[in-house]
Design a protein around this ligand. Structure first.
Ligand SMILES: C[S@@+](CC[C@H](N)C(=O)[O-])C[C@H]1O[C@@H](n2cnc3c(N)ncnc32)[C@H](O)[C@@H]1O
Length: 209
């Protein structure tokens, strides 16, 4: 049986062109996300450590945005086809085929980690270890911005995301997971309009003390 990462890899490998045609034109119609990313970039610049990973970068458009915001960013994704697309679309930038569960950086190397809807496929029971890995890679004072589908209920909800199964999360419960990993969440944005699936969009900004 395939593990969830193999399923996710195979599913995204299948839909790269369609996904890129739908999402890779930047975040022009997503002002809240764009502004949270801008705030993240400003705060990372303020730490003086510009090294950032865009984890689960997909077609690389957010990686390119972070580069334009002055960060020394690289993208990584477990889907080889996504990585190939990102490299073609942004040849001056670095993209690695890698898993968020094993970041290709030394301990404490990064001023920031950005996860834009890339932790949505991780089963809830595996999120604590995944978050611990992001914390390992962050320098003290480093920032994590995580964006995901929010729900008002008490528990995460598994749903049929168009590509492969995903989970929406109560934002406070996700913030508790961040706290459990040793991060301090200091900004939360939950907003409508939600995606066509009816979920809120949630953005949590946290710092490694
Ligand atoms: C919904 S897409 C988001 C892509 C991009 N961040 C964006 O905003 O358009 C999720 C991406 O996360 C990647 N991904 C999911 N789980 C991953 C993991 N464990 N390690 C690395 N990449 C992962 C998928 O291959 C896919 O490209």
């Amino acid at each position: 049986m395939l593990g969830h990462q193999d399923e996710t890899r195979a599913a995204y490998d299948e839909v790269v062109d369609l996904y890129a045609s739908m999402f890779a034109n930047g975040l022009e119609t997503h002002p809240f996300a764009r502004n949270m990313i801008g705030t993240f970039a400003e705060l990372v610049r303020g730490t003086g450590n510009l090294r950032v990973a865009d984890v689960g970068c997909g077609p690389g458009h957010v990686t390119a945005m972070l580069h334009d915001l002055g960060l020394d960013v690289f993208g990584l994704d477990l889907s080889p086809a996504m990585v190939a697309h990102a490299r073609r679309a942004h040849p001056a930038l670095r993209f690695d085929e890698a898993r968020m569960e094993a970041l290709p950086v030394e301990d404490g190397a990064l001023g920031g980690v950005l996860s834009h809807y890339s932790m949505i496929h991780t089963p809830p029971g595996e999120l604590p270890a995944l978050l611990a890995e992001q914390v390992r890679a962050l320098a003290p004072g480093g920032l994590l911005l995580v964006s995901f589908f929010g729900t008002e209920g008490p528990e995460p909800v598994r749903f049929d995301h168009k590509v492969t199964p995903a989970y929406s999360w109560p934002a406070e419960q996700f913030a508790e997971l961040l706290a459990g990993a040793g991060l301090v969440t200091f900004a939360r944005l939950l907003h409508d309009p939600a995606s066509e699936r009816g979920f809120l969009d949630a953005h949590l900004l946290a710092r490694r003390p």
